[in-house]
Design a protein around this ligand. Structure first.
Ligand code: NAD
Length: 346
């Protein structure tokens, strides 16, 4: 087999800082063939800067003209599903940025396109590729935790409303911190819990801080155009009896500037994932274990490397078909429960 011919869809920040560098480091296996962006000038500029042979102003043109094997979908959330479906129908394996889509219906359509075309579909949930999660997953698989029956998921910022991009615009983003950063920690917890089937969700979202002028630690935003939630809190109950408490915010009156963490509670042991600590008991003693020698890896690089190796068939992907459906089902149910004030069946 020749080199994997990869195309990049979107020429923004995440392509330049994560996808492109990772593909370029795999030059023995990968040829970055083309890049496109609705801003054709931007695509041409990135192509020139990194020596990418072709650039386009439309992903359809790129897919038609370039005989690609795989693409990274790195566009605004609103276009994740339609662009991924076009790429899958053109015979490409797809690595899409998170979140999988704007809602469950869209995520299902993408999943069905992957199945129909027998192509790989993965998402850049890069926290799965951290050393903490890898070490923990190994211990969990060996049975060291027993059944994990509860988790706490936190993706919290005190004043972290993004001052760039479209993060505060519900129409193109699908929501606020829940779909943007909460989704990362939710995925991490679900992955470590082996993706149990959700049963129902009770949640509340709020818009209390972002809709008025205030302190911004991640740039400034327009409060009059702030159409997403600034915090979300939820309780997710799974069919196997397990539960997750989820807290996420762009802005919340709390002590820390930021918390991104998952706490797991199992029958034999519990854990705090970032940084990794394991809490257990040994005979008559309670034990707390730190992992001071874990390497800090480039999680985006590891995630994209996993996709490349999966495309060329040298390993099974970490991502499994259908994970995106469970994630999106939970997010939809959280937004719906907040609207109705009632628990929502998943
Ligand atoms: N995994 C992570 O931690 C992480 C981090 C940052 C961003 N992201 C995700 O990556 C995606 C892009 O974010 P970004 O920060 O690079 O944004 P960005 O605004 O810097 O770049 C997005 C680019 O996509 C282009 N675009 C939009 N619609 C398009 C379409 N239909 N066809 C072609 N190009 C299109 C825009 O013109 C823009 O250049 C978002 O979904 C975001 O959630 C993920």
């Amino acid at each position: 087999m020749g080199k994997l011919r990869v195309g990049l869809i979107g020429a923004g920040q995440i392509v330049e800082t994560a996808h492109l560098p990772a593909y370029l480091k795999h030059e023995a296996e990968v040829e970055v063939t083309a890049i496109c962006d609705i801003n054709a000038g931007r695509a041409a500029q990135v192509a020139a800067q990194y020596g990418i042979p072709e650039s386009f102003g439309s992903h359809r043109e790129m897919l038609e003209q370039c005989r690609l094997d795989a693409v990274s979908v790195c566009v605004t959330n609103k276009f994740h599903a339609p662009v991924s479906i076009d790429a899958l129908n053109a015979g490409c394996h797809v690595l899409c940025e998170k979140p999988p889509a704007m809602n469950y219906e869209e995520a299902l359509a993408v999943y069905e396109a992957a199945v129909k075309n027998n192509r790989l579909l993965a998402f850049n949930f890069h926290f799965r590729h951290s050393e903490e999660v890898k070490a923990l997953k190994e211990q969990i698989n060996k049975g060291a935790f027993g059944e994990i029956y509860a988790a706490r998921v936190q993706a919290l910022r005190r004043r972290g409303i993004p001052g760039w991009g479209s993060f505060t615009d519900k129409a193109v983003q699908g929501g606020g911190p829940l779909i943007d950063i909460g989704v990362h920690m939710l995925d991490t917890a679900l992955y470590l819990m082996d993706f149990p089937e959700p049963d129902y969700v009770l949640a509340a979202t709020h818009q209390r801080i972002g809709n008025r002028p205030g302190v911004g630690l991640m740039g400034s935003w327009d409060p009059d155009k702030f159409t997403v939630e600034d915090s979300a809190f939820g309780f997710i109950r799974f069919k196997n009896g397990a539960s997750i408490n989820l807290e996420t915010s762009f802005a919340l009156n709390m002590k820390e500037a930021s918390i991104m963490n998952v706490h797991l509670f199992g029958e034999k042991a519990g854990a705090s994932v970032f940084p990794l600590q394991v809490f257990s008991e040994n005979g008559l003693t309670l034990t707390d274990t730190d992992f001071p020698h874990l390497q800090q890896v480039d999680k985006h690089y590891e995630s994209i490397a996993d996709f490349i190796r999966s495309c060329i068939g040298s390993k099974h992907p970490v991502y499994k078909a259908g994970h995106s459906l469970i994630i999106q089902k939970i997010i939809d149910a959280m937004y719906k429960s907040s609207e109705t004030g009632l628990p929502v069946k998943c």
